[in-house]
Design a protein around this ligand. Structure first.
Ligand SMILES: [Zn+2]
Length: 440
């Protein structure tokens, strides 16, 4: 998708939830290879706020005055229940043959796959001949059908999206989700952050009051109107009372597609195992994790990690593997065991319900294997999580997990340069000044 970049420098001051954020449109793109729309890693669908930026528009903007021949009549049509392109054109006395011709075009499906509520602008001449259809699919994408000498052709029209960069800073007071929202981050960006740090940070057990987060991210504008967040370019979260800093820097390919996130040493943030099987960030909008303090028993005697939470909280497979057990066990209640590449095994106990995986099926990292419960020997609703290596229990919080594919060598030089620059910008981002300047 094309993007346009504002050539001028401009700084806006925005008051947000008591914080003064300096929103800088000084484009980081000036030093980064290119800019593009978000291309985020795939995620499990969960009951979340809608984070889709490309929702179809409700109101249609008026097309520019055209210099069409005078005899053409313009019609606005809204597709209703059980209606189609055929019924729409039929209502304008356009022949069924025309609809048929459109449906046989190579890209015909772009105009025939209509949904209830879609709006079309249709131009018809004096002879009831279809001349043109404009179909705004989303805010950013329209399809235009035009009559040609030999039939019809369909063109894709993309809107120019302007990418700006913005920074956010916050301190953990409540839960990561709430604090990130207060710092001005959208649901989409919060989820992206939780996904890209999900391999390193257990958001429920490692983030403590006073820890901080800083984010440099893209925002997308269409005709000066904010239409949503783009990619996160860089982020930093502290844990362990601000003693440990976790950095993330973006890398995109030549086609501007997201490759992944890497730390300042170029190590892939993606790991073979997620730090936590409970997706706390996604549920904190509905509950306060402080009221569900995990009961951490003595590690050696217990040989597992307990995660408190409301019954029904989705539990995710921390790594790719095979479900070697899904059933009842005396102490564990409903539990799932996953065998991961070779020596690793994870176990998830006291589940209220199983996910859609049968014993013997393969499961991917992040897939929902079941839901938090209180079955078996459990004093309260919680997940009992075990991590074993060659059947020896280890503490998953203190484990160094094997990393994913390292960054391709051809990106090393550009990544190092860009990461260094972004890190310097993160360092300059704090509660007082959200100024991101001199992106040169
Ligand atoms: Zn336990």
């Amino acid at each position: 998708m094309k993007s346009s970049i504002a050539p001028t420098k401009m700084i806006k001051f925005v008051k947000f939830a008591g914080l003064t954020m300096v929103v800088s449109a000084l484009l980081i793109a000036a030093t980064l290879p290119t800019v593009s729309v978000a291309n985020l890693p795939e995620r499990q669908e969960l009951p979340l706020p809608n984070v889709n930026n490309d929702a179809p528009i409700q109101k249609q903007t008026k097309p520019a005055p055209s210099n069409r021949p005078a005899g053409w009549v313009k019609h606005h049509i809204k597709i209703g229940k059980n209606e189609s392109l055929g019924t729409a054109l039929n209502s304008l006395k356009i022949s069924a043959n025309t609809t048929h011709n459109i449906s046989t075009l190579k890209d015909g499906h772009l105009l025939t796959n209509l949904n209830v509520g879609d709006e079309l602008v249709v131009w018809v001449d004096q002879n009831d001949t279809l001349q043109k259809i404009l179909y705004p699919k989303t805010q950013l994408l329209s399809y235009e059908l035009i009559k040609t000498d030999t039939g019809y052709s369909i063109d894709e029209k993309k809107s120019n999206v302007e990418i700006r960069t913005q920074t956010a800073y916050g301190t953990i007071n409540n839960s990561f989700y709430v604090d990130a929202q207060n710092a001005g981050l959208s649901a989409k960006s919060i989820m992206s952050l939780s996904d890209l740090f999900g391999w390193d940070i257990d958001f429920s057990r490692e983030l403590r009051e006073g820890d901080t987060f800083k984010v440099i991210y893209e925002t997308r504008y269409l005709k000066n109107q904010y239409i949503g967040d783009g990619d996160i370019l860089a982020a930093q979260i502290t844990t362990n009372n601000r003693q440990t800093r976790h950095n993330a820097f973006i890398q995109r390919d030549a086609k501007n597609q997201l490759i992944g996130y890497y730390n300042e040493e170029g190590k892939n943030l993606k790991k073979a195992f997620l730090r936590s099987p409970v997706d706390y960030v996604r549920i904190t909008s509905k509950f306060n994790p402080k009221r569900f303090h995990p009961v951490l028993k003595e590690w050696r005697a217990h040989r597992g990690v307990d995660y408190g939470g409301p019954i029904g909280t989705p539990i995710r497979a921390t790594g790719n593997g095979k479900v070697v057990f899904a059933g009842w066990g005396k102490g564990y209640g409903n539990h799932v065991k996953i065998q991961h590449a070779g020596k690793y095994l994870t176990l998830y106990g006291h589940l209220s319900k199983f996910g859609n995986f049968k014993q013997g099926s393969t499961i991917k990292q992040g897939d929902i294997l079941g839901y938090l419960g209180q079955t078996g020997l459990a004093t309260g609703p919680h997940l009992h999580y075990e991590f074993r290596i060659n059947d020896v229990h280890v503490d998953p919080l203190n484990m160094k997990f094997p990393g994913d594919v390292p960054l391709d060598k051809k990106y090393h030089a550009s990544f190092t340069k860009q990461a260094k620059f972004l890190l310097s910008q993160l360092d300059r981002t704090d509660a007082k000044t959200h100024l991101v300047q001199n992106f040169e």
